[in-house]
Design a protein around this ligand. Structure first.
Ligand code: AMP
Ligand code: MN
Ligand code: MN
Ligand code: MN
Length: 281
């Protein structure tokens, strides 16, 4: 079965409307599909209707931004936790996500100030123009503005030169705690999945400590097949599933044409000995 449980629409930092992402997923052969916008569930109703009309099974999802500290000396790293099969009407989840989105607005103001100091003018207004959902301002929208303003040639360059740690437009930000994010997901009837575990700035011992904590909080699965992993990382995180007793997930992390390494439905299948996160659905 072709299952793709990670993608983005214009409700967060994707380029396509939810129904258009659904059509791309179906074109890629996807049979079970999840929309997982950053800290936002506003695209799910349109996505569900489109998926059903296209004959796909739809899984309502969200990708929650979390800050996790490996120890008291660690300044904290951003980790993304995907919630799948959530009820978006759940009040605690909705309130938690609204709080994260409000934090994004405050972060955006600080980012724009830092960029101004570095000689980039009008970044807040510029990023807002690219954010189709005004409630969800992402670094990706700043990246698209930096391209538009002629500061860089691609969004990839915008991240490398301006928007990642140590660069002028990067500011520290405290997202949700791991405990809160997992409480919201489980309270809304969902399962919690670590997004693209190979992408974090953590040593292997730190990442293993994270997996222990995630497991102790009732964490269900980790992404093994994701557009963010190399084939070495497919093997590494398949092994992590076996060691920690996690189920495995598969998701392209599709953001739109020209902004993603892989199209929905095109990643290799999960190793057959792993239990997929969708096993009991
Ligand atoms: P934010 O949650 O607003 O900090 O933005 C994070 C998003 O930026 C991710 O979900 C990716 O879509 C995008 N992103 C992060 N790092 C990069 C990168 N190096 N190149 C391109 N896009 C990136
Ligand atoms: Mn994104
Ligand atoms: Mn992510
Ligand atoms: Mn994502």
């Amino acid at each position: 079965m072709n299952v793709d449980l990670h993608s983005h629409s214009i409700a967060s930092d994707g380029l396509l409307a939810p129904a258009e992402v659904a059509a791309r997923a179906q074109a890629g052969g996807v049979e079970v599909w999840a929309l997982t916008d950053h800290d936002e569930t506003g695209g799910l109703a349109e996505a569900a209707a489109a998926a059903t009309a296209l004959g796909m099974r739809f899984v309502p999802g969200v990708e929650i931004s979390v800050t996790w500290r490996a120890d008291h000396n660690h300044q904290g790293t951003t980790i993304h936790v995907v919630g799948l099969n959530i009820d978006p009407a759940n009040e605690a989840l909705a309130a938690g996500l609204a709080g994260i989105r409000a934090g994004r607005d405050r972060r955006a103001e600080r980012m724009a100030f830092s960029l101004e100091v570095a000689g980039v003018r009008g970044a807040l207004e510029g990023a807002r123009r690219h954010a189709i959902n005004p409630a969800l301002l992402s670094r990706t929208h700043f990246a698209r503005y930096l391209v538009e303003a002629g500061k860089v040639k691609s969004t990839h360059q915008a991240f490398n030169h301006y928007l990642t740690e140590g660069k002028p437009g990067y500011v520290q930000h405290a997202w949700a705690s791991l405990e809160d994010a997992m409480g919201w997901i489980h309270g809304a009837g969902g399962v919690a999945v670590v997004a693209h575990p190979g992408r974090y700035k953590l040593s292997t011992p730190q990442l293993n400590r994270f997996f222990d904590e995630f497991k102790a909080l009732g964490g269900d699965a980790i992404e093994v097949m994701t557009g963010s992993h190399t084939s070495d990382q497919y093997n590494h995180f398949a092994e992590a599933c076996r060691c920690f007793g996690f189920r495995a997930s598969r998701g392209s992390d599709y953001h739109g044409p020209g902004e993603s390494r892989v199209d929905p439905g095109t990643l290799p299948p999960l190793p057959p000995d792993l239990t997929p996160v969708w096993h009991d659905w």
